[in-house]
Write a protein that binds this ligand. Structure first.
Ligand code: ADP
Ligand code: MG
Length: 509
């Protein structure tokens, strides 16, 4: 071994602590370790210098073995909760520091420049060995897999991921102002714009379909600005004016000071799925309207009979009786008017707009609408709805449809009459609505199947009522659960987020 090289090796061993402390300084400077450095870490780093020194002045092979052991963090009693980058940086910094020392020695002419290459020839393979051993150990022992999984993915694999992402999804990248900086081919295809037409445009403006309220869109922007991932369904407008639906995940990327500098949006085309859903909703509504019409005919015929009778006697009666009869007639007409207008809410086609709506009002109206039919079928509706007003963010017509569905099912489960009890309760930030009947009930098998499209046990059933109801409640960020026992009865519990509940803002962490 060359004397200068050996001498440098001894020096590395002697100064190992000092050099290890230098790494700590670099770490602090680069903000890799906001906390004070642990003494074991410095100890561990100094060992690397010692092993490298040993290779220079004594035995390369042995040094290699030592480095292998050095990379086993658990064995070395080094804190192993840091990220892989943290440990790897120690290796990279060691090389920079050694280069720095070499540079100074050569400048001071204490070391001939020819020794530089000799030393690096020995040190570099050892540092490579240290890096790969650390990676191996780290992965095998999976010290901190979550943060470092990405790091050990080879470039080749990364390329594969990119390819897969490009192939499988509609993909766009926007900058901190939401200006589009990249779109893949699928994105161009679905939006019908060319890449040149999209790059540099405001992602929030160009696809606006008018379907979502400004508030809804502002909310999304607000959340991703805070660094939160947003997931949901968006209706966009393509270049030719047609609308398309995408299931979207927007992932914001933050820089060091916590500001977003880039967003990646990954989308899936769900236009067809949306069309099918809409169709099912429509067909279910039609059959519901038909069913309701039969019940409503009764309800309208009754006041009409009263009116007819009163009008007949109106001519021959005294003035004070006339006033009384007129009052009754007006009340009855009001009732008809009310029933018909409520019925139209269900029957008329309408766009779906989410607003603040009063749940208590909706429930009361549904009960009012169905009371006549219930009477006819010997069913008593017990109203245990809490009196205070409950506001939630939703679509009144759709919510009405859900409750009508559930009440109708309950009534149909009571062929010989019985009781339906409806109650509400506030649970945390949600409202729970329970609709309970003491009817025929369901077996476990039945309970498992309800909500499947076309699953019905009724001769004239559609088997769509619950499916549509589930879908609507899901769109409202709520949930439905069922308890049922054969020949005892059934309870449907619906949970819906109240205004102010975070679930309303569609937040996913
Ligand atoms: P349909 O009412 O047209 O059959 P639904 O989707 O509304 O379709 O309901 C599906 C099935 O779920 C019903 O056929 C019935 O078997 C069962 N079901 C729903 N609600 C109740 C209930 N309250 N009690 C007993 N069975 C019910
Ligand atoms: Mg039904």
């Amino acid at each position: 071994m060359n004397t200068e090289v050996s001498l440098f090796g001894y020096m590395l061993q002697m100064r190992s602590h000092l050099l290890a402390n230098k790494i700590t300084e670099i770490h602090k400077l680069r903000n890799h370790s906001p906390e004070p450095e642990r003494i074991e870490m410095i100890e561990w780093r100094s060992k690397l210098f010692q092993h490298l020194g040993y290779a220079l002045c004594e035995d390369f092979e042995k040094a290699q073995e030592y480095i292998q052991q050095w990379a086993d963090l658990r064995e070395q009693a080094v804190p192993h909760e840091y990220s892989l980058t943290y440990y790897l940086n120690s290796v990279f910094y060691s090389r920079s520091i050694i280069l720095n020392v070499l540079h100074n020695e050569i400048n001071d002419s204490t070391l001939p420049s020819s020794a530089l290459l000799e030393i690096l020839k020995i040190i570099d393979p050892l540092l490579d060995h240290a890096t790969s051993s650390l990676i191996n150990n780290y992965t095998i022992n999976s010290y901190n897999t979550e943060t470092d999984e990405d790091l050990i993915i080879t470039l080749e694999e990364l390329k594969d991921f990119k390819f897969a992402l490009n192939e499988a999804t509609i993909f766009a990248v926007t900058d901190s102002n939401n200006t589009i900086s990249y779109v893949n081919d699928h994105f161009c295809k679905i939006s019908k714009y060319s890449r040149d037409e999209l790059i540099g445009k405001d992602h929030g403006e160009i696809f606006k379909s008018g379907y979502h309220t400004e508030e809804y869109l502002d909310n999304i922007w607000h959340l991703i600005q805070q660094g939160k991932v947003w997931k949901g369904e968006i209706c966009n407008k393509a270049k030719d004016g047609t609308l398309y639906w995408v299931d979207t995940t927007i992932i914001p990327f933050l820089n060091f000071d916590g500001k977003t500098y880039k967003h990646i949006s990954i989308q899936y085309d769900i236009t067809e799925q949306k069309k099918t859903e809409e169709m099912l909703l429509k067909s279910e509504k039609l059959s519901l309207v038909g069913e309701l019409a039969a019940g409503l005919a009764h309800e309208i015929r009754n006041p009409l009979t009263t009116i007819k009778g009163l009008v007949q006697v109106l001519q021959e009666t005294t003035a004070d009786k006339k006033a009384l009869y007129s009052d009754i007639i007006l009340t009855e007409i009001d009732r008809i008017n009310y029933i018909v207008s409520e019925f139209m809410v269900l029957a008329k086609p309408h766009a779906v707009y989410f607003n603040e709506c009063n749940l208590t009002d909706i429930l009361k109206k549904v009960i009012y609408l169905l009371e006549a039919e219930a009477n006819l079928k010997n069913v008593v509706i017990i109203n245990d709805i809490a009196n205070e007003d409950v506001t939630l963010h939703g679509e009144k017509n759709q919510l009405t449809q859900v409750f009508v569905n559930l009440f109708k099912n309950a009534m149909e489960a009571l062929p010989n009459g019985g009781v339906i009890r409806v109650s509400t309760a506030v649970v945390n930030d949600n409202i729970k609505i329970s609709i309970e009947d003491n009817g025929v009930g369901m077996s476990e098998e039945q309970v498992k199947r309800i909500g499947e499209p076309f699953y019905t046990t009724k001769a004239m059933g559609t088997g769509l009522g619950l499916m549509v109801s589930y879908k609507i409640i899901q769109n409202h960020k709520g949930s439905i659960s069922v308890k049922s026992e054969l020949n005892k009865g059934t309870t449907f519990d619906i949970m819906l987020p109240l205004v102010g509940n975070k679930a309303n803002i569609q937040q996913f962490k």
